[in-house]
Design a protein around this ligand. Structure first.
Ligand SMILES: NC(=O)c1ccc[n+]([C@@H]2O[C@H](COP(=O)([O-])OP(=O)(O)OC[C@H]3O[C@@H](n4cnc5c(N)ncnc54)[C@H](O)[C@@H]3O)[C@@H](O)[C@H]2O)c1
Ligand SMILES: [Zn+2]
Length: 351
């Protein structure tokens, strides 16, 4: 898979002439977004695509997790057909991870695949979900169980788009960024801890720095293991085994993805002490910080239900649930974890 070209910087969304070059030989593109992002940023992107000489078929998905369903993808595919798009067309996905996951998946399967551009408008999207070509939807109430690897031709990251991000979405993005710190990059973790208040309030300087460093990790890991067959890419799932289970148990969409990852990381820290040799002092220090991140749980899920959800996790092998754990801050490994330990960690965390 060819790596995507990155177009980053203030105003990047308005420079379609650059990032859409060579994208669609028919000159036709689907522009896919959600209603909220459309209202804030859509017209600018549409104008810019038209200015680049492209014919635009606009389609809006529901905002948030609801977009990641068969029905929504089918609606999008049908609209693309009705709009006259064929194999020589392309797709531009403008929005957070829900839009880029669902629309990227549509691009992967439309007439067996057309090129697409990922234009992430959330912090989480710009440092994680908008990059690397994992696309997909939820299935039977569980996260990301159907999908495809389909690398975008280009990724467009415009820091100006983040200015309109609600506080809750910012926290969600920061949650995913803390993952890179704990998993790979102790210096990034320390930077985030030190500048936390500025990050929470969306200060552009530190935000840009965290997005840049997070995206660089994502790029590096995906280059090492593009299809998650060699172990490296799996490590990006630190905090996600229990995190995805919590998202499902809360009802998909009730918790933001990065919020669930914060809870998931707290469980994984406990398991890391028990199973991977992480020092209790390091775990306690990291957990104290994560406990102060404003991610309330709407309701306390039953730990047994979480365990049942963990059994559906894509990393499970031979009936064993596998977790990403830390040997130290910045040193991650994947290993099977006994169900009794998972249950105990979930009980302790949610008590
Ligand atoms: N494909 C991957 O590699 C990958 C990686 C991590 C996460 N994900 C997925 O990404 C999804 C989460 O994505 P997300 O956190 O970006 O949220 P999201 O796409 O669900 O968007 C959340 C909300 O923010 C709004 N929004 C988006 N951009 C905005 C802006 N600039 N200003 C104002 N509002 C804006 C949206 O309308 C929506 O209401 C989850 O489904 C998760 O599983 C995928
Ligand atoms: Zn994630």
């Amino acid at each position: 898979m060819t790596p995507e070209r990155l177009f980053a910087g203030p105003g990047a969304l308005g420079r379609a002439r650059e990032w859409s070059r060579g994208l669609s030989s028919s000159g036709r593109v689907a522009l896919v977004s959600d209603a909220r992002v459309w209202r804030l940023h859509g017209a600018r992107v549409e104008r810019s695509l038209r200015g680049a000489g492209l014919t635009v078929v606009r389609h809006l998905l529901p905002a948030g997790e609801a977009a990641k369903s068969w029905d929504c993808v089918e609606g999008l595919l049908t609209a693309m057909l009705a709009g006259g798009l064929r194999r020589d067309a392309a797709l531009v996905a403008l929005g957070g991870g829900s839009v880029t996951d669902a629309a990227g998946f549509a691009a992967a399967v439309f007439l067996r695949g057309i090129p697409w551009v990922s234009a992430p408008t959330t912090m989480l999207g710009q440092l994680d979900s908008g990059l690397g070509g994992k696309t997909g939807i939820n299935l039977a109430g569980s996260k990301n169980l159907a999908g495809a690897f389909h690398r975008p031709a280009a990724v467009v990251c415009d820091p100006d788009a983040l200015k309109t991000l609600p506080a809750r979405e910012r926290v969600s993005g920061l949650g995913e960024a803390l993952k890179y710190g704990l998993t790979f990059d102790p210096a990034l973790w320390r930077l985030m801890v030190a500048r936390w208040d500025e990050l929470l309030s969306g200060a552009p300087g530190p935000t840009a720095e965290v997005v840049r460093r997070g995206a660089a990790w994502k790029k590096k890991i995906v280059a090492r293991d593009p299809r998650e067959t060699k172990g490296a890419r799996e490590l990006l799932n630190f905090g996600h085994t229990l995190g995805h289970a919590l998202e499902a148990a809360a009802g998909l969409g009730a918790l933001r993805h990065g919020e669930a990852v914060v809870w998931g990381m707290r469980a994984a820290l406990r398991l890391s002490v028990k199973r991977a040799g992480l020092s209790a002092a390091s775990a306690l220090e990291a957990d104290r910080f994560l406990a102060g991140v404003p991610v309330p749980l709407p309701r306390r899920p039953d730990p047994r239900r979480l365990l049942a959800q963990c059994r559906r996790d894509k990393k499970a092998r031979a009936g064993k649930i596998r977790f990403i754990l830390l040997r130290a801050i910045g040193r991650a490994v994947t290993m099977p974890v006994p169900e009794a330990d998972i249950l105990a960690a979930a009980r302790e965390l949610l008590s």
